[in-house]
Design a protein around this ligand. Structure first.
Ligand SMILES: [Zn+2]
Length: 165
């Protein structure tokens, strides 16, 4: 049986809690190995990481980001921008293999609140899109119904994470 899962209300709780803890941004904490931070790390290199947060916009939503607290694309060297792009490409390949989506939304969040991001730490969202993305409850309730829990998606992606190397 498919268990639907509503993500929007908890997301706000998460954002509020994340901002409070120790003055350090949640992505920096995840980078440093803080296992209390509410994210699932799929892949880490010396400079970058790929994570899923527990309150995704859609099933399979992952984020790629520098491990250091870069606030904008200009804070990265050209080599880092290239490496980040290559990692984004690998993530898309992996998601295609694992989930067979019809398309993707890929976008940078830069500039904290002004960009709609919860954090000022630069990150790239990769959101797979499927044919049945929007249902009645999404439109009426302003929430997103996901066909599986992020923890289960995480397990599914772990099978393919070697593709990120
Ligand atoms: Zn940070």
């Amino acid at each position: 049986m498919i268990e639907n899962w509503l993500c929007a209300p908890d997301r706000m709780k998460w954002v509020t809690r994340s901002k409070k803890k120790g003055g350090k941004c949640v992505f920096c904490r995840i980078s440093e190995g803080d296992h209390d931070a509410d994210s699932l790390v799929l892949h880490k290199t010396r400079k970058f990481m790929v994570i899923m947060n527990l309150y995704p916009y859609n099933t399979g939503h992952i984020q790629v980001l520098p491990r250091r607290h870069a606030k904008s694309l200009e804070d990265l060297t050209d080599k880092e921008v290239a490496d980040l792009s290559i990692l984004v490409k690998k993530c898309i390949k992996m998601l295609k293999k694992a989930m067979d989506p019809l398309g993707f939304n890929v976008g940078f969040n830069q500039g904290g609140d002004a960009s709609g991001a919860s954090f000022e730490h630069l990150h790239v969202h990769i959101v797979p899109r499927f044919k049945t993305d929007y249902g009645f409850i999404d439109i009426i309730g302003g929430t997103k119904v996901l066909p599986e829990k992020p923890e289960d998606t995480f397990k599914r992606l772990q099978v393919h994470k070697k593709m990120l190397k």
